[in-house]
Design a protein around this ligand. Structure first.
Ligand code: C2E
Ligand code: MG
Ligand code: MG
Length: 664
């Protein structure tokens, strides 16, 4: 509108100027040169000038309009651009504010020009305290900063050059509280600024540490566990290889009779004792020594960088002394002595497990030698360990090829010297070393988990043999056979089923089979033992307590078990005539106790007629020992049975022939 008006005004002005100029020219020509000569030329000229002027004016106006339009478009574009920029800034500001990380913009002079709220809350600073006033490096712990730039060169603003990667470091807030953070940097292109984004990983780190701790520590005592101990040992082995003067030793400890605490006072007390025990050992060691719990009541110590090998021995003695003081557990005083195995000559070892194994072997040796002792691992122990390993391999083959046989030792009625049964005693006919006695291999068989198949073979053979002898004898006499069942075997859920099957196969009536179990075996897992004992008894199998007097059975407990017979341990019988008469009194007490509880008594290891006489006097029912017969192979019993049968058939009332020979 404004446009149209101005151009209309412009054209009118030009027309007026044109007419004015024409009139002036006309007047000039008519008054000075005459009216008609140039009038037309003048008019034409004026018209041309007017037209040209008109053209010029139009062009100018058109240009002006174009310019205005361009201006308007430009303005529009600027407006749009400004809008876009504002939106974009808003967008980036929102992202900057709401990115998961604490974010800052760092300028060339290390100053923070912009920080998001997350950063403010992480740092504990106000916006004004941070922006333009604080340097980013003041929030990073110095050690962390040095670590961050150790591999990377620093670039502008002290930022490590390798941008794009995350650096783990310690953040210090306004109050110097530490947080673990991950920080990464990025240059803002074509500026001197960089952006740093910071993620707080404190919780993650804590969780990581907790997981690490759980994986490498024992939950109860919070000591390092086997895995961590093995790592330390591995490092010690490597160090010893590098430095000839570096020496280390390993001590293996096992609490003596820890099971008794668990069984008598409960697992809670057992746990408390383990914690107190660990504390007592820890306080007797140097800070650099490593104490770990391998499991159960087994601990190991790594003594590093020791000057002198005797030092390890001294430490073991010192630990032993520390354990002489009792522990107070749930208001009760408990002594927890331990057996120690020490490996001091560690230089030849390549594998941590081998050191632990040998320290364990030395500890085992300490236990065998009467507990509460310190034993050094040496060559003989090593040979013993190797022998055991070899024996285990041989035993496996022996089970497969059944290289075992039963010897039988008669059990006689003391008053008549009549054989009432046999104890089956296992023998191993080793193809290379010859006859091996049970004392030399039963514990290896137990440790190797072979005792169950071995016992199965023994029981099968015993039932079969006795059934054979019973068939020779007919029904006049009932002989029994007793078999030794080791503690590890006794509580196997399969025991009763196994026995039932074997009895079925042999056809032997269950009441002729007796199981000999030691007191200690019966004391384990009391409730389960009582239940199992009753099930066996209900089935008809009879139970005897072997080596009675050497274990720890309580009277009230004995009463709850369906036991038929007590076998008084050989050690009492062999010393029955020794002064003072305590052994004799003990045997007398056992006999009377057994009778009161409705049990019979067998005295083991009777070697002399005097021993037999004393036992008879006490009212002991049965006896077993070299005085009557040594354990003998099946063939000898076969022969004895054949003789007995002929005697029985000849004169039923007389004392059987073979037994008289034995009794003499
Ligand atoms: P035990 O059950 O106490 O067996 C008695 C041991 O005393 C037998 O030794 C026997 O030969 C020996 N003995 C018998 N009378 C006398 C004597 O008058 N004087 C002396 N000094 N010793 C006598 P053996 O056969 O060497 O057996 C030793 C131990 O091995 C047995 O002690 C028993 O605990 C265990 N054992 C034997 N056979 C088996 C078996 O098949 N399975 C299990 N688990 N253990 C067995
Ligand atoms: Mg026995
Ligand atoms: Mg015995």
């Amino acid at each position: 509108m404004k446009h149209g008006l101005s151009s209309c005004l412009d054209q009118t002005a030009i027309l007026i100027v044109g007419i004015g100029a024409s009139l002036f020219h006309y007047y000039f020509e008519t008054s000075v040169r005459g009216p008609h000569v140039n009038i037309y030329i003048t008019v034409a000229l004026i018209l041309m000038i007017s037209l040209f002027t008109q053209y010029l004016v139009n062009s100018i106006n058109a240009s002006r309009r174009a310019l205005r339009r361009a201006n308007e478009t430009l303005e529009q574009k600027v407006r749009e651009r400004t809008e876009e920029l504002r939106n974009s800034e808003l967008k980036y500001r929102t992202i900057f504010e709401n990115t998961g990380a604490a974010t800052i913009i760092i300028e060339r002079d290390r100053k923070i020009s912009l920080a998001n709220s997350r950063f403010l809350s992480l740092s504990g600073c106000s916006r004004s305290e941070v922006q333009q006033r604080a340097m980013w490096t003041q929030f990073i712990d110095e050690k962390s900063y040095r670590k961050m730039i150790v591999d990377e060169n620093t670039g502008m603003a002290g930022i490590p050059v390798g941008s794009g990667r995350d650096f783990e470091c310690q953040f210090l807030d306004k109050h110097a509280n530490r947080r673990s953070i991950l920080i990464s940097f990025a240059r803002i292109p074509e500026t001197d600024s960089s952006v740093a984004s910071i993620t707080d990983i404190t919780d993650l780190k804590d969780a990581e540490q907790r997981i690490y701790f759980q994986a490498f520590h024992d939950a109860l005592t919070r000591l390092p566990n086997r895995a961590l101990f093995v790592e330390h040992l591995q490092m010690a082995i490597k160090r010893a290889k590098r430095r000839p003067d570096y020496r280390f030793a390993v001590i293996y400890l096992d609490i003596d009779r820890f099971k008794l605490v668990n069984d008598s006072l409960g697992h809670g007390a057992g746990d408390d004792l383990l914690v107190a025990f660990a504390g007592r050992i820890r306080e007797s060691l140097r800070d650099t020594d490593i104490l770990a719990r391998l499991g159960g009541d087994e601990f190991v110590v790594l003594l590093e960088d020791i000057d002198d090998l005797a030092y390890a021995e001294n430490i073991a003695d010192r630990l032993q002394k520390a354990l002489r003081r009792p522990f107070q557990i749930k208001g009760i005083e408990i002594f927890a002595p331990a057996s120690f195995g020490v490996v001091i000559d560690t230089r030849s070892y390549e594998e941590p497990d081998a050191i632990i194994r040998d320290a364990d072997a030395a500890m085992y040796h300490a236990k065998e030698s009467g507990r509460c002792q310190v034993k050094m691992f040496d060559k003989t122990l090593h040979e013993k360990a190797q022998h055991l390993l070899q024996q285990e391999t041989d035993l496996r083959k022996a089970v497969q090829g059944d290289q075992f046989e039963n010897h039988y030792q008669p059990i006689v009625r003391l008053s008549t010297a009549e054989v009432v049964g046999f104890e089956a005693l296992i023998r191993w006919a080793h193809p290379e070393t010859g006859m091996v006695y049970p004392g030399a291999f039963i514990s290896t068989a137990e440790d190797a988990g072979l005792i169950i198949p071995i016992t199965r073979l023994t029981v099968e053979r015993a039932c079969r043999d006795l059934q054979g002898w019973q068939q020779i004898l007919g029904t006049e006499l009932d002989l029994t056979v007793s078999v030794n069942i080791s503690s590890r075997h006794f509580l196997q859920p399969s025991l009763l089923d196994d026995l039932r099957k074997i009895l079925d196969q042999s056809g032997l009536p269950p009441h002729l089979l007796k199981l000999e179990i030691t007191e200690t075996a019966l004391m384990e897992e009391a409730d389960d033992t009582i239940r199992l004992a009753h099930r066996l008894r209900d089935f008809g199998i009879r139970l005897m307590i072997d080596d009675f007097g050497t274990g720890y059975s309580s009277l009230s407990y004995l009463q709850r078990l369906p036991i038929d017979t007590l076998k008084v341990d050989r050690s009492f019988i062999s010393r029955i005539h020794e002064e003072p008469e305590s052994n004799r009194n003990i045997v007398e007490a056992i006999v009377s106790l057994a009778h009161k509880l409705g049990m019979s008594v067998v005295a083991e290891g009777i070697e002399t007629p005097e021993q037999k006489a004393v036992l008879l006097e006490m009212g002991c029912d049965y006896g077993q020992g070299y005085l009557f017969a040594r354990p003998m192979p099946k063939a000898d019993v076969d022969a004895m049975m054949a003789g007995r049968k002929s005697t029985l058939m000849g004169a039923r009332s007389s004392v059987p022939q073979p037994l008289q020979a034995l009794a003499n």
